[in-house]
Structure formats: structure tokens, C-alpha cells
Design a protein around this ligand. Sequence first.
Ligand SMILES: [Zn+2]
Ligand SMILES: [Zn+2]
Ligand SMILES: [Zn+2]
Ligand SMILES: [Zn+2]
Ligand SMILES: [Zn+2]
Length: 291
Amino acid sequence: MRLIACPNCHAQYDVSNIIADSVTCRCGERLENKPLQAVDARIHRCGSCGAQIVPDTRLCAYCGSEIIQDEAQLSLICPECLARNAEISRFCTACGIAFDPEPIHVEGRELPCPACSALMPPRQVAGIGLNECGGCNGLWVPGENFDLLVSRAADARRARDTEGAPAPAPRVKGANPAEQRVQYRKCPECDAFMQRRNYRKSSGVIIDVCRDHGTWLDADELERIAGFILSGGTPSAALESEHERARAEADAAVAFARLRGQRERGAMGQISGTGGDFVGGLVNILTRILS
Ligand SMILES: [Zn+2]
Ligand SMILES: [Zn+2]
Ligand SMILES: [Zn+2]
Ligand SMILES: [Zn+2]
Ligand SMILES: [Zn+2]
């Protein structure tokens, strides 16, 4: 667990899987999501039952639990006094508070879909609020969060990838941005036309961006982004050469082809939990990879 606490109302939140740079407390206070600096502190209490203990005892006299003192096991930092605690602790061994995180509330409101005008309800992935359109299956990601989400997901995917080298597969039709139809979308916040961009220059995915408000992806673009993520993505700095770029595109295409195959076999139902709804799949893929 990685806990932060509100200085105002002392509510606690587990931010281990939260990539947003702040969370809003139930009291309205904005809490920065950054790692706490642990301090060395004396053990005064049992981490299991919170009872006071005699210094340097190995077992709690009240509940019989072991008093863990091994530094390597003290990975949980008390959000109030910053003392190191064992991951399994229920109480801080220094200040005695209970570790009891609340569910994180993510702000969000309905927005009109830039493609079909349906109202898009808010959702969240890893603490980032976004809007998914139930009408056309497009996705709106506010602010600069889109790149953050994709980068983290691709990194996590690379780190975890145990599937080995992907098998050769045909290129994805439409992966060449020049072949995609040009359709300008309006920002759901300010109604100005958004800019079209080839995501990371190499992905072949055209996204619509409002510099002030966020990123929009049409449903078919989501599929390609999913492929890009599942292929482990490739940072643009590494794509100087034509060769590397082509390889990154091919990787993304292969991963996407595999994804499409999974969907056709109905395996996406297991990922999305929504009976094989593929586009729901991207948000669910992100959720799964990032949590
Ligand atoms: Zn608060
Ligand atoms: Zn105890
Ligand atoms: Zn404490
Ligand atoms: Zn829509
Ligand atoms: Zn805008």
C-alpha cells in the first residue's frame, strides 16, 4: 500500500495504483500524489492490534503478534507520522493511527460526444477521470492524461510481458494515417475544432487534441492504441530511423491483430467483463494493466 492522508480531515487514500498527480479528498482538499519520505521512528505499538508495547519486545503481550522490526519488511509509510511500518500492519507502530484507506472519489461529469453528440458518462482508470461514449464507443481523456495513461500502460506491459516475440501477422488495414478519412472533431469542452495528430509519430493512430482540454479517440483509433500498448509501445525518441519506425508500426499491428483475434474468439469477454465488448476493452485493458 502507498497511503496519503488529508491534512484537513485525516481521511486516508491508497494511491499505489493512482497515476493522476493529485486526488481530491472527500472534504474537497486537493492531495498531491507523491511518495512520502519515511523517517526512522521508535516502535511503541503493536502493528496488529495497536496496543502499547514495551520497547524491544518481539511479541505483543496482548494479541501475541510478532513485532516486525526488519527494515526490509517495513515498506508501508504512515501517512501521518511517516514512520516505516510492515505492509501487513493495521496500526502505525509509532503514532498508533489505524491504516484505513477510503475509496478514491474521482471527479467527472457528463460531456457531449464530439462524434455522435450522445452524453458521455464519466469513468476512471488509475485515478484519471475520462469519458466513454456509449453511442459511438469513442473516448475522451481530459488534460494531458492520455499520454500519461498510454506511457504507463506500455511500460507496465513491457515489464510484465511474458508472451515472447509476437508471430508475424498482416498489417492492420488503415494503420497508415494518410489512408484515414479526414474528419475534424470539436472539443467537448470549448467547441473549438481539435488538432489531428499522428500519435507518437509512429503509431499510425490519428488522435484529436484540444490543447486546452484533452484528447479524443474515435472507436477505431482506440483499437489501434490498444495494439500499440499491447505491443509495449515505443517512445518516439527511439524512432529516429525509418527502420525503427516501421518496426514499431509492425509491432503495434501484430499486437492489434492478436487482440482482434482474441475478440473474435470471444476471449475479450474475460478481459472486459462486458461480454466481449471490444471498445469497452481498451479502458478495461488499461485498468487491468495499471492496477
Ligand atoms: Zn480531507
Ligand atoms: Zn498486538
Ligand atoms: Zn504513524
Ligand atoms: Zn459518441
Ligand atoms: Zn477545448
